[in-house]
Design a protein around this ligand. Structure first.
Ligand code: GLN
Length: 238
């Protein structure tokens, strides 16, 4: 088996070590003997919607979001085709905001998103910074770090990724964190996210491989260190 990962705007959207998510996916697949290839299309480069099993886009400051927002529109149709076909997508913070309908920064004009998810984001008056714990529908938890002023609100057809147990999540108001639709996941969790949430990394790998090869069950790994990191992060103050 081979896992194809497309890391969008790797150089511009890579705040708080978001690239660690690519390293975690690659390493956890390789440890199981699964070959991995990563492509990282940047500004003005093209992507083939039938190539990738997993798409990842990280976060950045408004400045970087402004730099990529228009370019991302070129990929809107291809990403919708891939999403409808069950491709796995993970979008963090600034990338998550642009996967929705729009992001309205404090200053300057609204940045159009690609509407992969029925959500919109408006800059609020306070920055939401700190450690976050999220409870997923299966009661497992995700831990991470958030730093955003954008407040994201989900449309009726879109489920949150989980419930905030600690921190702010989408907007600091409705106790929701992230979004989940088909195999697309949006989240505010940096940190990076996947190294210390190995169950979530494996969920993404499983969904991606199952789409290409039919039902896949991953061999378990020794996650002692990853689990310790997860449990320790749960104890941190917001
Ligand atoms: N510019 C966005 C905000 O502050 C995104 C920040 C980020 O990606 N960390 O809301």
């Amino acid at each position: 088996m081979k896992l194809h990962i497309c890391h969008l705007y790797a150089r511009l959207l890579n705040i708080y070590g978001d690239r660690g998510n690519i390293i975690a996916l690659t390493q956890r697949a390789s440890w199981r003997g699964i070959e991995v290839e990563v492509r990282a299309p940047g500004l003005a480069e093209n992507l083939d919607p039938s190539w990738a099993d997993i798409y990842f886009v990280g976060g950045g400051q408004d400045k970087q979001q402004i730099m990529i927002a228009e370019d991302l529109q070129r990929h809107a149709d291809n990403l919708k085709i891939a999403a409808n076909d069950g491709a796995v997508m993970l979008a963090v913070c600034g990338g998550y905001q642009l996967f929705g309908h729009y992001y309205k920064p404090h200053q300057g004009s609204e940045l159009k998103g690609i509407s992969l998810m029925d959500a919109y984001t408006v800059a609020g008056d306070r920055r939401m910074i700190g450690n976050v714990t999220v409870e997923l529908p299966d009661k497992s938890t995700l831990v991470g770090f958030e730093n955003h002023s954008g407040k994201t609100f989900l449309g009726k057809g879109l489920s949150p990724l989980g419930k905030v147990l600690k921190g702010n999540g989408n907007n600091g108001e409705d106790a929701f964190e992230g979004a989940h639709y088909k195999n697309i996941y949006g989240t505010y969790l940096h940190g990076s996210l996947l190294p210390k949430n190995p169950h979530f990394a494996d969920q993404l790998i499983t969904e991606a491989l199952t789409r290409r090869y039919g039902a896949v069950k991953l061999e378990p790994l020794d996650d002692e260190i990853e689990s310790k990191a997860h449990d320790k992060a749960r104890l941190l103050k917001a």
